[in-house]
Design a binder for this molecule. Structure first.
Ligand code: BGC
Length: 340
């Protein structure tokens, strides 16, 4: 009885408080001071823009998530944009629009230094700090680069492939783009690494334009034109999974070894099934998270490092569990793995 009464009493108090709050809100004039203050706070918040290589690309969604989490912690408004289909001209147009609109900080790739440097420098000369993420433009006035050492990552793929094949392979490469610095560096690193194994030969290099569809088309083309290919190497996030699909379709599983980039769920599934041998896993969330953190630090007058290497590790069926445990431990973010 007593507890029933207590329960009821507590319920009434809560109801009364809620009713009071609702009434207080109703009786206020349309533009209340607290609402105005909230609007003021939001408009005064720094406004950063993150420009992806491609808006709907799942890899860039991971960068966005990291950036957004940090932006929320730091009281920053983060706008996410990018070309609908990857394309340097559209990327540059979005970068210019961000500069003209006078945002407080920009995160972008430096896909090709010749084209990106003038715009990055224009932003910085107008007092808008720019951080390059994922792909650097080291000759520009960007304040920092946060991302993978792309050349070293290509070398790592090459070394792992030598180990997996015993140094004998005919390799077909599907690369994200012939223009993007990160992709060019990955292919170069790979070529340099396999130079130590004379039994390894690159027989074809095709571009997927970072599209999964095109990657599948190019994988098929390579396998048709070079039936002696024993390795397919995909250097951007969707290339290896597309190659895996083609290899399965043609019943070539076990005859063609596949190596890729990143740890998108389907890539991991194919690794689990033994269709993809291994992947160079990057840390895209950490790129977004640390990119925003460094922009905030810079705006607060603190010095920021010119380069933050977010690291890579090579994942195969043998190390998949370690990767999953590590991601779990980091709460889905890769920041713990990086010391800026
Ligand atoms: C690269 C990004 C690219 C993405 C495309 C990643 O491996 O680091 O630059 O936009 O793949 O899917």
């Amino acid at each position: 009885m007593r507890s029933w009464f207590n329960g009821l009493g507590a319920g009434l108090v809560v109801t009364a408080l809620l009713a009071g709050a609702v009434l207080a809100r109703w009786s206020r004039p349309a533009s209340t001071p607290s609402l105005a203050a909230e609007m003021e706070r939001l408009t005064r918040q720094p406004h950063f823009v993150l420009i992806a290589e491609e808006y709907g690309n799942p890899y860039w969604d991971l960068v966005r998530r990291g950036a957004l989490a940090e932006a929320q912690r730091r009281g920053v408004t983060l706008e996410f944009t990018g070309p609908g289909r990857a394309g340097i001209q559209e990327h540059l147009r979005l970068l210019d629009r961000a500069i003209v609109s006078g945002v407080n900080g920009i995160l972008t790739q430096g896909l090709s230094e010749a084209e990106f440097k003038p715009l990055i420098d224009k932003a910085v000369s107008r007092g808008i700090p720019v951080i390059t993420v994922d792909t650097d433009a080291p000759g520009s006035r960007r304040i920092s680069y946060v991302g993978t050492d792309n050349y070293a990552s290509g070398r790592l793929a090459g070394q792992e492939m030598i180990r997996a094949t015993g140094g004998r392979a005919r390799v077909g490469i599907i690369t994200g783009s012939f223009q993007s610095a990160n992709e060019v560096q990955r292919v170069q690193g790979f070529r340099d690494a396999i130079r130590s194994a004379p039994g390894m030969q690159v027989v074809a290099v095709e571009s997927s334009d970072i599209s999964r569809l095109v990657a599948a088309e190019k994988a098929g083309q390579i396998l048709t034109q070079h039936p002696d290919v024993t390795v397919l190497f995909g250097t951007s996030a969707l290339d290896a999974m597309a190659a895996a699909q083609v290899v399965l379709e043609r019943g070539l599983q076990g005859r063609v070894l596949i190596v890729g980039y990143d740890d998108l769920p389907q890539t991991l599934d194919y690794i689990r099934q033994g269709v993809i041998y291994g992947s160079v896993v990057q840390n895209p969330r950490a790129m977004g998270e640390l990119g925003v953190a460094l922009l905030v630090s810079y705006r607060e007058g603190r010095s920021v490092p010119p380069v933050v290497d977010t690291g890579v590790w090579f994942v195969t069926t043998a190390t998949l569990k370690d990767l999953e445990a590590r991601r779990e431990q980091e709460g889905g973010l890769g920041r713990a793995a990086v010391t800026p």
